[in-house]
Ligand binder design. Structure first.
Ligand code: EPZ
Length: 418
């Protein structure tokens, strides 16, 4: 168990190359189960979660090799349809093997993910969707045991909430179904567009990319894919917000400015200037930080995965900021840790009121979930004195070499055994 130690007060200066998106790489790795043969995935980040997903695929009979950020995955040897609890309990996204296994093997036995720090995170939309596609399932000792006689049957599925992984799971099931499937109230996150591109490249017939209605014409087989993982918009946003907190000037390369439509205006209103180029972003803060209100929404609204980072930023403004979390029921665990650094934050139901005090003081704090850890790093970069963050395994799930990237642009930050 490591901890991260940060000496606050050092503005950032230089260039950071953004990695591929965790939340795109995970479904793309699962989609290789849909067709035998060697699939090539480029720009794949090296994270705890991608390593866990590859271990899961290995347990199903797949083989893989990595050359830099390029993964070659061969699922010809698929010989198991059970995703075990010891793997699934560490990563909820394992549920994404359900669709491809049902499509390829007509059978899947996947452990229910269990609880998670930020909320109950049920998978009822996934299971209801598969039921409409002709899948029978039952709960057996904490596992979803699902099967279908032959191919799934296309259906019209409408989600109550535009769920990201439910959209991805049903998509991966429907591409090999008999007949047409329509997914209404589909999530529109860019990582889903990346998956649609991969599946269509494999021979699937999907229309409506990027919209809330996806039309899928089932086909009988797919061929191996070659796909590039989209840049990680949450990693990008995390660095933009970090410059807002500690000041300085950064260039972010290998990114896609179009993936964060709701962030730049918010940061601009707060006094953080972002200049967009083709695959680069320039960010600087030269004026006092202003308080802004945030309300998380499904894409293209403000991303829930940047809520904790924005809350840390608002602690350094001199005004009142209202932050409302509409996606998850328990995504304010970073508040208690920010309190330890002197933050003035009051929670009222799904909202938090941040009274910016212009600064924070370093302290020993504890990471509670992936994005909460990122908010503590941002707070530590700008706080006065030393901040020590324990349980950094949370951070390792979704950031590829965050400490290295920050130390190369002037942050005084290092990792050491706790
Ligand atoms: C994805 O989670 C992301 N994970 C999350 O990123 C992200 O925060 C979230 O989408 C929202 O953008 C991956 O892509 C691997 P949802 P997901 O289904 O799909 C409820 C990170 O930090 N719901 O869109 O699990 C759910 O409880 C992670 O990288 C049901 O009720 O989120 C939530 O309130 C955290 N039943 C809402 O819908 C279901 O069957 C939206 O969740 C499914 C979801």
């Amino acid at each position: 168990m490591d901890k991260i130690v940060i000496e606050g007060g050092h503005p950032l200066q230089g260039e950071i190359a953004i990695s591929g998106a965790k939340n795109a790489a995970l479904p793309l790795i699962c989609a290789t189960l849909l067709s035998p043969g060697p699939h090539v995935l480029e720009n794949v980040p090296d994270l705890r979660d991608t390593r866990t997903m590859l271990a899961l695929l290995e347990s199903l009979g797949a083989t893989w090799s990595r050359d830099g950020d390029t993964l070659t995955i061969d699922t010809s040897g698929l010989n198991n349809f059970e995703a075990s609890y010891d793997l699934v309990k560490t990563m909820r996204a394992s549920v994404l093997v359900l669709g491809p296994l049902l499509a390829r093997m007509n059978r899947a036995r996947v452990s229910l993910p269990g609880g998670c720090a930020i909320g109950a995170r049920p998978i009822n939309f996934h299971l209801q969707g598969f039921q409409q596609l002709g899948v029978r399932h039952q709960l057996d000792q904490g596992y979803v045991d699902a099967s279908v006689d032959g191919r799934m049957e296309g259906a019209t599925i409408c989600f109550d909430i535009p769920s990201v992984t439910a959209t991805e799971n049903i998509l991966m099931g429907a591409v090999l179904a008999k007949g047409d499937t329509v997914i209404k109230n589909a999530a529109r996150e860019p990582e889903i567009g990346n998956l649609v591109d991969m599946l269509n490249g494999m021979g699937a017939k999907i229309k409506g990319r990027g919209s809330d209605t996806l039309l899928i014409k089932g086909v009988t087989r797919l061929k191996p894919a070659r796909i590039r993982v989209v840049p990680d918009r949450i990693e990008t946003g995390t660095f933009l917000i970090a410059v807002g907190a500690i000041g300085g000037e950064l260039t972010l390369s290998n990114c896609d400015p179009a993936l964060l439509p709701s962030l730049y205006a918010k940061l601009g209103a707060a006094g953080v200037k972002v200049r967009e180029e083709k695959d680069r972003l320039h960010v600087a803060r030269r004026e006092p930080l202003r308080a802004v209100d945030i309300k998380t929404m499904p894409f293209p609204g403000f991303p829930t995965d940047l809520q904790a980072q924005m809350m840390a930023l608002m602690c350094f403004s001199n005004g009142l900021s209202l932050i409302t979390e509409t996606i998850f029921e328990n995504r304010f665990m970073h508040v208690a840790e920010l309190h330890r650094m002197g933050a003035d934050i009051r929670i009222d139901g799904h909202s938090a009121i941040v009274t910016g005090t212009g600064g924070l003081r370093g302290a020993p704090v504890m990471a509670t979930d992936l994005r909460a850890s990122a908010s503590l790093v941002i707070a530590g970069l700008a706080a006065e004195g030393i901040t020590e963050i324990s349980r950094v395994y949370h951070l390792d799930r979704g950031y590829d070499d965050l400490v290295g990237k920050l130390s190369r642009v002037g942050a005084v930050i290092h990792r050491q055994p706790a």
